[in-house]
Design a protein around this ligand. Sequence first.
Ligand code: GLA
Length: 392
Amino acid sequence: MINKEVYDKVVAAFAAKFGAQPAAVAYAPGRIEVLGNHTDYNEGYVFSAAIDKGTFFAVSPAADDKVTLVALDMGGETYGTTLGAVAKVESGATWANYPLGTFNWLFDGNPAAAGKGFNAVFGGNIPLGAGLSSSAALEMATVLALAKIYGVEKDKTSLAKIGQKAEHTFAGCPCGLLDQASSLYGKAGALVKSDFRYCAFENVPMGDGVAFMMVKSNAHHALVDGAYASRRKACEDAAAHFAGVLRKKVTHLRDVTMAEWVLYRDGLDETTARRAVHPIGEDERVLQGAALLEKGDLKGFGALMYDSHESSRRWFENSCEELDAIVDAAKAIPEVYGARLSGGGFGGSCCLLVDPAAADAIAARISAAYKAKFGDEPVCSLIKPSDGASLV
Ligand code: GLA
């Protein structure tokens, strides 16, 4: 859902800075992760949704080889470089790594092939550090707008992978493809069901009787600090172990069942075994959840969300006190069907499946419980599953 006010602000800032209207504007939403945590890079399954908040990227080709980026959400800070000097920004304007990395990989690592530079202004309304994938939204808005002005044609999954490469090489986070794919494949009123082995993305309609509430803890969320990378490494080590002991082809934890984990976990050190069981269980929960959604069993689906959080808390250890407190408070409210942390973890937000008619009362109860424990209040917002990224 495009926010006209934010769009106008970005376009006006572009006109003020560059003295003309932009040649292209693209919009890309953030995402919520509903079920299936840390499964994407294990080639597993996820339910997610694009949200009704996003980022606009307004751009025109430059007359020369200069690249100029203006970040409205960073107080209008400007970063400039040239086609021949596009590289990871190590300090200062590190926000530029998302659009720059995306530009770099749109041209397969050879941005000079673009011929001309560009002028861009971007801004949006996704709260930063909330686990709503503001960075993927920026990458996807960038890639759509740049593909338009440079006349590059690629399918959505290739565009998503360009953003993922920018994360890996410019931003320093070895993420999966979930955030970028959710931003591109979202659909109003529907979830995105992803199968990351085959990069197959399907929209599953949600009934009108439910909504999502995001509850942003005040715990800091940063995936670049090594915790995410260490979880990913543990999953890869575990997959290598199972590949050695199971008499079948195993390339990722997607190939390992819970029963196999129980039988063969002994060859793994304790921590690696604990990490591995989380994505294995999550894959099973997403498949069960799909069957429950088909039957319209939202309570059953919500129960899986609670299990998902419990698995994060106990096994993957990517939760924290603040997120646990939100989920515990949610469990005591009958109008909340399920709750879990959403995204990388270690802070950020929880995603609650709620009865929208009771939204205000739910927000009040969760906030009060959180305040009693931590002294400050979380931010609760109702989220509408929305359409994915597009040119405006
Ligand atoms: C972050 C990453 C995603 C995914 C989630 C956890 O959002 O960017 O690729 O791994 O964490 O499911």
